[in-house]
Design a protein around this ligand. Structure first.
Ligand code: KG4
Ligand code: ZN
Length: 332
C-alpha cells in the first residue's frame, strides 16, 4: 500500500510517500522559518497561505522522485490536529479533495502520533513497549507506548513546552526565531557553571515538567548582566541548556523506572538537541537502557511521520470526505 502523507499543522509543509513494502520512498519539507523570522514568530494567516502555495508542488516532487503517479496512491494521510486551524485546513482540504478525486481512503493522523512513531522510520527500530518523550515547540509529554494506538500519558508540562522555553529564552537573548537551534549552538561555546539556573520540578515526585520559571530566570539574568557581551550570552545559553537537559533526563529515567520499561524513544524538534542526546545516551548507557531517535531530518515537523502513522492506521481510514481539522485534540 502506497500512502501519501501531508503535514501542515504549523510552519512546515511536509509531504511524503511511504510504501508498506518498500518503506519511505520520498519526502519533502518546506520550512517557512525565513518568512516568519521578521515577525519573531509564526503568523498563522501567512502560514496557511504558504501551505497552499507549497503543498501540490511538493507532492509532485515526491511522486516524481518515487517514480509514481497520483493514481498509484492507495490512501492519503494528513495531520488533522492539533495545530493552527487555518494551516490544518490546507492539509485537510487537499487530502480530502485528492481522496474524493481518486476515490481513495483518507486517514486523519494526530500530529503527536506522527512524532511518536517517527523513530520507527529508521533502523534499528524500537520494539514495543517503550516510553516516548515528545519534546516540541508545543508539547512536552512522557507517554507509555504499548502498541499503535495504545498510549498512556505519564506526565506533561504544566506551563511552557521545552521548545517554547528554548525559543522564548533565545528571544530574550536576542537570538531570533526559532531560537532553539541558535541557543543550542551558542551554548556549545559557553561555560555552564558560571550561572546557576533552577531545575523546575526536578524533585516533584511525578513525571510533570515546568519550564516557565526557567525562562523567567533567564530574563532576570539578562537584566542583571545588561549590557550583555558575547561571552555572557553564551554562558547563559550553556546554563539554560544544562538545566533543561538535567530535568528532561531525570524525568525520562523516572518514567522508565515507573513503567519498568527498558526502551526510550525521543521525538519532536527538541530531540534534535545534541546536548540532550548526549545526556540521555550517557544516562542510558550506565543503566543498560536503550534510547532511540528519529533520523535528524525527521525530528522536526515532516510528512514522512504522517505517511508512516497513516500506514500504521490504514484500518481507520474513511472513504467519506469532509473538512476534518481538529486544532485541539488530545492523543491520550
Ligand atoms: O516538532 P517541531 O518541529 O514543531 C512542533 O513544535 O510541533 O519542534 C520545533 C521546536 C522549536 O521550539 C525549536 O526551537 C525546537 O523544536 N528545536 C530545538 C532544536 N531544534 C529544534 N531546540 C533545541 N535544540 C535544537 N537543536
Ligand atoms: Zn511537531
Amino acid at each position: 500500500m502506497l500512502v501519501l502523507g501531508l503535514e501542515s499543522s504549523c510552519d512546515e509543509t511536509g509531504v511524503a510517500l511511504f510504501d508498506t513494502e518498500g518503506g519511505l520512498l520520498a519526502h519533502r519539507i518546506h520550512s517557512q522559518i525565513a518568512m516568519h523570522t521578521e515577525y519573531g514568530g509564526v503568523v498563522p494567516e501567512l502560514a496557511s497561505r504558504d501551505h497552499i502555495r507549497r503543498v501540490l508542488p511538493l507532492t509532485e516532487e515526491c511522486l516524481s522522485e518515487a517514480g509514481k503517479q497520483l493514481a498509484d496512491v492507495d490512501a492519503i494521510a494528513y495531520t488533522a490536529g492539533p495545530g493552527l486551524a487555518g494551516a490544518l485546513l490546507v492539509g485537510a482540504s487537499v487530502a480530502n479533495a485528492l481522496g474524493f478525486a481518486l476515490q481513495k481512503p483518507v486517514i486523519e493522523v494526530h500530529h503527536l502520533e506522527g512524532h511518536l512513531l517517527s523513530p520507527l522510520l529508521s533502523e534499528p527500530k524500537p520494539e514495543f513497549p517503550f516510553v516516548a518523550l515528545l519534546v516540541s515547540g508545543g508539547h512536552t509529554q512522557l507517554m507509555a507506548v504499548r502498541g499503535i494506538g495504545q498510549y498512556e500519558l505519564l506526565g506533561e508540562t504544566v506551563d511552557d513546552a521545552a521548545g517554547e522555553a528554548f525559543d522564548k529564552s533565545a528571544k530574550l537573548l536576542g537570538l531570533g526565531y526559532p531560537g532553539g537551534p541558535a541557543l543550542s549552538k551558542l551554548a556549545d561555546s559557553g561555560d555552564p557553571t558560571r550561572f546557576k539556573l533552577p531545575r523546575p520540578m526536578l524533585n516533584s515526585g511525578d513525571l510533570d515538567f515546568s519550564f516557565s520559571g526557567l525562562k523567567t530566570a533567564v530574563l532576570k539574568l539578562v537584566n542583571e548582566q545588561s549590557p550583555i557581551d558575547d561571552t555572557t550570552r553564551a554562558d547563559i545559553c550553556a546554563a539554560f541548556q544544562e538545566a533543561i537537559v538535567d530535568v528532561i533526563t531525570k524525568k525520562c529515567l523516572a518514567a522508565l523506572k515507573q513503567t519498568g520499561m527498558q526502551r526510550l524513544v525521543i521525538a519532536g524538534g527538541v530531540g534534535a538537541n545534541r546536548q540532550l542526546r548526549a545526556g540521555l545516551d550517557e544516562a542510558a548507557r550506565r543503566r543498560k537502557l536503550k534510547v532511540y531517535y528519529p533520523p535528524l531530518a525527521l525530528c522536526t515537523d515532516n510528512g514522512a511521520m504522517i505517511a508512516y502513522a497513516g500506514a500504521m492506521r490504514l484500518q481507520y481510514a474513511r472513504d467519506s470526505y469532509g473538512y476534518g481539522a481538529k486544532p485541539r485534540w488530545d492523543l491520550a
